[in-house]
Design a protein around this ligand. Structure first.
Ligand SMILES: *Cc1c(COP(=O)(O)O)cnc(C)c1O
Length: 472
């Protein structure tokens, strides 16, 4: 006779668990199905937020329904809908439903993907899925890595692995080179990794916002004369500002000549390689030593899902592996790999599952279609800007990004900035769309980033129409 088990203080009966789960799924599905009619963005004030949410943790529990009601009323409305068809700011991300469910599964089974002992099934899925990313980009066979929280952590992991491989004992003379269009995460990673600020070079870019290879060569020559060593050269495969792609084959050549590590930041832009025009634009990417890719951008995954791949994945292990006594049981050797050895994270969630599940569900052909459509829409926006007297193109469509501004005869630069900033602010406040801005050659620029699989031509043209109305 088995005794009835003592009840956990946190136990919930199975039927009740199902009921709560259905409530949550209903909330999510209602949101996704009605996304287009929601505002693209809504913000609350800190004061209002404090008033509705600040409280000590309750000593007694509350009903799940009342908590969800509160969430739906006081929290969820106040967000950018990053997957909204007219969220065209920064870098959009519109997760697929299977990927969302995969996150629920990963939590529900609380899979631990730090060690083979802890999760050999999930680790196998991660190995396979990372290899899928490698294939999608056409990277060399044998390259591999792991999923990370995002591009920023992936960049740090790559930089530390490179440092360990090239200058493990003394990196005081090792110099990092990146264009002035490079994402801030590279400089931040350099800081976290302890590189002196003086060892980070911002190389100017040309009129197309691509790194000027001659300027890079001059900087390297000057550093060599000063007794410094070129160590890490970053190529952008889709800069956040304009989508520009650095001359990757040229950078690979310089890295070869100087024995420097070639790192490619393809965080948002890499998945353009799913379609032929993207694959062409990214030529040379396969020559790098390391790559950063964010599936939570153009591969339609929910946050967080980044990844880092290395040409020689064992260099990750060389850099990060530490084996304490209390982990001796997980050190199984052979091919039973512990992902904890490949970055600074021990406990790791199962990020691979969402990519694995959604790619299987839709098939790559559907992904190619989605990515191809966004590229077409960016081109449509560019064509419209070129054809319009009241719009000025500031950077042509590259990997889904177009930069432009409203113009008006006789307006000075400050006047143009006011015109555009006002129209943008009004558009964003209206909730119809969210656009962000940047500066290009000192000029205030509006920026379209079309990555969402929900965006249509009507959305793109609708944004132009509203902008004009609101500027008037
Ligand atoms: C988004 C982005 C990053 C940073 O990635 P996170 O996932 O936000 O940490 C780095 N580089 C580029 C080009 C990006 O677009």
């Amino acid at each position: 006779m088995t005794e009835p088990r003592e009840k956990s203080p946190l136990q919930i009966e199975p039927e009740e668990m199902r009921r709560l789960g259905y409530r949550v799924i209903d909330l999510v599905v209602d949101h996704l199905a009605g996304l287009e009619s929601e505002p693209a963005w809504k913000m609350t004030s800190r004061e209002a937020g404090e008033k509705s949410l600040r409280e000590p943790p309750p000593e007694e529990g509350r009903s799940f329904d009342s908590i969800l009601e509160r969430l739906a009323r006081d929290v969820l409305p106040y967000r950018a809908r990053v997957g909204h068809p007219r969220f065209l700011a920064f870098v959009p991300g519109s997760p697929t439903y299977p990927a969302i469910l995969a996150d629920l599964l990963a939590s529900g089974f609380n899979a631990f993907v730090g060690t083979w002992l802890g999760g050999s099934g999930p680790a196998m899925v991660e190995l396979v899925t990372i290899d899928w990313l490698r294939e999608m980009l056409g990277l060399p066979e044998g390259s591999g890595g792991l999923f990370t929280s995002g591009g920023s952590s992936a960049t740090l992991v790559a930089l530390v692995a490179a440092r360990h491989a090239r200058c493990p004992d003394d990196f005081s003379k090792a110099v990092i080179y990146a264009s002035d269009q490079t994402h801030a995460c590279v400089e931040r990673a350099a800081r976290v990794a302890g590189f002196p600020a003086a060892n980070y070079r911002r190389i100017p870019s040309d009129a197309s916002y691509r790194m000027d290879v001659e300027a890079l060569r001059s900087a390297i020559a000057a550093d060599r004369r000063a007794g410094l060593v070129p160590f890490f050269i970053v190529g952008n495969a889709g800069s956040t500002n304009t989508g520009s792609i650095d001359p990757l084959p040229g950078l690979a050549r310089v890295c070869g000549e100087e024995n420097a590590w070639f790192h490619v930041d393809a965080a948002y832009g890499g998945f353009a390689a799913l379609v032929p025009q993207g694959r062409d634009a990214l030529k040379g990417i396969e020559q790098a030593d390391s790559w950063v890719l964010d599936p939570h951008k153009w591969l339609y995954q929910p946050f967080e899902c980044g990844s880092v791949l290395l040409r020689r994945p064992e260099e990750l292990r060389n850099a990060f592996r530490v084996m304490p006594d209390y982990m001796q049981d997980v050190d199984m050797g052979g091919e039973r790999i512990n992902f904890a050895d490949y970055s600074y994270q021990l406990s790791r969630s199962w990020r691979a599952l969402k990519v694995w599940l959604s790619v299987q569900y839709f098939g790559l052909a559907r992904y190619r279609e989605a990515v191809g459509r966004t590229l077409d829409l960016a081109r449509l926006a560019e064509d419209h800007i070129r054809e319009s007297d009241d719009l000025e193109l500031l950077a042509p469509a590259t990997l889904g990004i177009v930069c432009f501004r409203l113009t008006s005869p006789g307006l000075s630069e400050p006047g143009l900035e006011r015109l555009n900033a006002t129209a943008q602010e009004r558009l964003n406040a209206s909730g119809y769309a969210l656009l962000s801005s940047t500066r290009l050659g000192g000029r205030y620029s509006l920026r379209f980033c079309v990555l969402s699989h929900e965006t249509t031509a009507a959305d793109v043209m609708g944004v132009f129409r509203r902008l004009r109305e609101l500027a008037g």
